[in-house]
Design a protein around this ligand. Structure first.
Ligand code: NI
Length: 140
């Protein structure tokens, strides 16, 4: 069966194992070494899939910016309108009197999504941002 658990042994330097066990402990009681290894394997497989040119990906781009920066909101909106076919949704949060957070959900090939994200992240006034990609493995 494809989902049957198969045991295998892993050798690693002791100091790496000590650090790995700290990570396992941080993830809580529901996680053990095997669960965390499986999580890491899935994460690496998804990341590799997102690099394939014909795989459809979904990305969440989180950005933080000061809305007082000159016409920044307008520039960010313009980029999203330029790519309306790839922007599924966006959410704007007013963090305080000055700072805004935006989560923009993008779809397309990995190249398309990364290109749009880079354009947004490269907009002057964006203070911090990060793109997270995932995929269901669908191809073009
Ligand atoms: Ni705001």
């Amino acid at each position: 069966m494809a989902n049957e658990l198969v045991r295998f042994s892993v050798a690693m330097p002791e100091d790496l194992l000590v650090e790995f066990d700290k990570l396992v402990a941080r993830r809580g009681l529901a996680k053990n070494r095997s669960e965390v290894v499986r999580d890491l394997a899935r994460d690496a497989i998804i990341a590799a899939e997102c690099e394939e040119p014909d795989v459809m990906v979904v990305g969440t781009l989180t950005i933080a910016f000061n809305h007082h920066a000159s016409d920044l909101q307008e520039r960010l909106d313009r980029i999203q309108h330029d790519h309306f076919g790839h922007v599924i949704s966006s959410m704007h949060v007013h963090l305080d009197e000055h700072n805004c957070l935006e989560v923009i959900v993008l779809k397309g090939t990995g190249d398309e999504v990364r290109k749009i994200a880079d354009r947004i992240l490269g907009t002057k006034g964006v203070k911090h941002g990060k793109l997270v990609l995932t995929t269901t493995g669908d191809h073009l």
